[in-house]
Design a protein around this ligand. Structure first.
Ligand code: DC
Length: 245
């Protein structure tokens, strides 16, 4: 009898410990979504997935292979040759994206890719290809994914949805700083134009436009430090996890 009771107790203990949620972080370009998502994933021991990296890697493949975006058949064929994988790199303490076994985590951040990625991400077939893989990654929950349609399309039933915003000028400054470190030839005007163009295309496209999900919590980080924004989000996450018990 005692043995039976402890087995039952152990079973319930494991259930409680194993309770995990899905956290989605959507928002405008350069709002700090990935910084927050990485911090949350690390703290909670969850998987972090940068969905934008998938669209960027697909764009890189299309650019390298001169795929004509207007040709549906060509796009569909090209997608068949693309394999995407996230591999955790202990050095950067983060998962990095591989395109057909090549680590492209850094090259996909180039301006050449940034200039085309919104057009590629607006293609229905590309979205179907990426969304199917994203949903598989979330099957076991315990995931933090950032992007534009994660709370609305990829995981509409996610337990915690965060929608991030920040003033345009701040976002441009942050992005410029990031790019300038890698390429001092980049100009602030170039960065501003690219950001505005991407925001426009991302929020006006026909398929899965950027929207705040009805049940998403807005987090404006214009006047927040990284630490403050992380504390706020962590409280929200812990609340949601506690509600499951
Ligand atoms: O988050 P990011 O800037 O790396 O995203 C690159 C592009 O991919 C961005 O212009 C919008 C698009 N994207 C998308 O359409 N849906 C997502 N879930 C993630 C990114």
């Amino acid at each position: 009898m005692k043995e039976y009771q402890s087995t039952v107790l152990l079973f319930y203990f494991c259930q409680v410990v194993a309770k995990k949620i899905i956290i989605t972080i959507d928002g405008w370009s350069s709002c700090g979504k990935s910084t927050l998502a990485k911090q949350l994933a690390k703290e909670l021991g969850y998987l972090y997935v940068d969905s934008g990296a998938m669209y960027r890697a697909i764009t890189l493949y299309f650019l390298r292979n001169n795929i004509d975006l207007a040709e549906k058949k060509e796009v569909k064929e090209a997608l068949k040759s693309i394999s995407l994988e996230f591999v955790f790199n202990p050095k950067s303490s983060s998962s990095e994206i591989y395109l057909n076994d090549e680590n492209v985590e850094y090259v996909i951040r180039d301006m050449v890719v940034a200039e085309k990625v919104s057009d590629v991400a607006a293609i229905k077939e590309v979205r179907e290809f990426a969304v199917a893989q994203q949903q598989l990654m979330g099957k076991k929950k315990g995931i933090v994914m950032d992007g534009r349609d994660i709370g609305t399309v990829v995981f509409p039933k996610a337990e915690l949805k965060i929608f991030m915003t920040a003033d345009n000028a701040i976002r441009v400054q942050r992005r410029f700083k990031e790019l300038y470190e890698k390429n001092p030839n980049v100009t602030i005007e170039e960065v501003k134009d690219n950001l505005e163009m991407r925001d426009y295309i991302d929020s006006h496209r026909e398929v899965s436009p950027l929207r705040k999900a009805k049940d998403a919590i807005e987090l404006d980080n214009t006047n927040l430090t990284e630490k403050e924004q992380f504390s706020k989000a962590l409280i929200l996450a812990r609340d949601k996890i506690a509600q499951l018990k």
